[in-house]
Design a protein around this ligand. Structure first.
Ligand SMILES: C[S@@+](CC[C@H](N)C(=O)[O-])C[C@H]1O[C@@H](n2cnc3c(N)ncnc32)[C@H](O)[C@@H]1O
Length: 233
């Protein structure tokens, strides 16, 4: 049977790497920083903080062993990695964009936790190792179903316990906006949010032998995401 999919993993990574080393770096590092932002972006910053607090609360409740290792896949500017390191976890912080990794390292240095974080420029599809937990926030939202499932396979195979991640569930209004978005020039569509249907999420869980333990919709102003906690069956 012929493969009708147009998803090309390498091309997709190339596009994300280039975006998050350029305009995306400026855009997201200001959202994750302290500078004054527009009202819309402020709600994204605040919503993201709400999501991170909830994820941290879930992780703490799991009572992982002392000195646990956590993989922060797509660490961005290192917000979660630094928080983990400051609370005694050993962290592997990985991002596709060298600029993000450099910024994380700088921030970790400023907070004196850089010796607790192992930084690496790498992708969520290729990163290796075994960790007590894996977290992946607001990264898989940039992947269509096919890429999502492949990346999720790798990440879920690296955890001895939980994987805590976010994704964008399929929603008809968003799907319409997405469709409208298709009329914009290609270069403006770089980080369109990719929605995952329940069917594809179930497929990802089945193919990886994982099961959803907890999920919570986080909606705050212009920030909308689904926070998930999954573990092996
Ligand atoms: C919206 S930011 C989220 C950053 C961070 N997880 C947080 O929530 O603060 C998305 C991050 O994912 C990274 N990223 C995108 N695709 C990736 C991939 N395939 N592998 C690793 N990192 C990736 C980007 O470079 C960027 O730093």
């Amino acid at each position: 049977m012929s493969n009708t999919s147009s998803f090309n993993a390498e091309e997709h990574q190339k596009m994300l790497r280039s975006y998050f080393n350029g305009n995306g770096f400026n855009r997201w590092s200001s959202i994750y920083g302290n500078e004054k932002l527009s009202t819309v972006r402020t709600t994204v910053r605040e919503g993201h903080a709400v999501m991170m607090d909830k994820a941290y609360e879930w992780l703490q409740k799991l009572n992982l062993p002392d000195n646990s290792t956590v993989l922060d896949a797509g660490c961005g500017t290192g917000l979660f990695s630094i928080r983990l390191a400051g609370n005694g976890y050993h962290v592997k912080a990985v991002d596709i964009a060298a600029q993000m990794v450099n910024k994380s390292r700088e921030e970790a240095k400023a907070k004196s936790v850089e010796d607790k974080i192992d930084f690496e420029v790498n992708t969520i599809e290729a990163v290796k190792g075994t960790y007590d937990a894996v977290v992946c926030f607001d990264v898989l939202i940039h992947y269509p179903a096919e890429g999502f499932i492949e990346a999720f396979k790798n990440l879920s195979g690296l955890t001895k316990g939980p994987i805590i991640f976010t994704y964008a569930p399929y929603n008809r209004i968003l799907a319409f906006q997405h469709w409208i978005g298709g009329f914009f020039p290609k270069k403006e569509r770089r980080t369109t949010i990719q929605m995952i249907t329940n069917e594809n999420m179930n497929r990802a869980m089945e193919e990886t032998g994982m099961v959803v333990k907890n999920s919570q919709k986080i909606s705050f102003g212009f920030y909308h995401t689904m926070l998930m906690h999954a573990e092996r069956k």
